[in-house]
Design a protein around this ligand. Structure first.
Ligand SMILES: [Zn+2]
Length: 137
């Protein structure tokens, strides 16, 4: 799958965001190794701390449907800047994705300006059950 297409999936997912408090829409599209794409959006709550990010929504949807292996993640937002994942999402992604996972981020109206970083760049020295540095780079 082309990254541009995965970014478009993320941008479409952002349109489903439930964000009455922030008005900040985020969508994520997680590409599984079998080619399936799992979408997620941010889901806010009146109790702000219970808000769930788009990335975790996508990952949890995938795991709930039996998928645990992924090859790429795209994230698009309604903001002006590329929506890099928050710390919580980085840690949750590490549970299922290796450090080489490409993470594409873009504002939804500027998909051509997408940036790509790896999960390992986003969360170096990640905490895992096999917590040796070699495993987590
Ligand atoms: Zn997050």
């Amino acid at each position: 799958m082309e990254m541009r297409e995965l970014l478009r999936e993320a941008a479409e997912a952002a349109s489903q965001a439930y964000c009455p408090y922030s008005n900040y829409r985020v969508g994520a599209a997680l590409l599984a190794t079998d080619g399936r794409v799992f979408r997620g959006c941010n889901v806010e709550n009146a109790s702000y701390g219970l808000t769930n990010c788009a990335e975790r929504t996508a990952l949890f949807a995938a795991v709930a449907q039996g998928h645990r292996s992924f090859t790429a993640l795209a994230i698009a937002s309604s903001g002006d800047e590329p929506p890099f994942p928050c710390g919580a999402c980085r840690q949750v992604l590490v549970e299922f994705c290796g450090p080489a996972l490409p993470v594409w981020v873009a504002a939804h109206d500027r998909l051509d300006d997408a940036e790509c970083v790896t999960l390992g760049e986003l969360l170096p020295h990640a905490f895992t059950m096999n917590n040796s540095p070699e495993d987590n780079q």
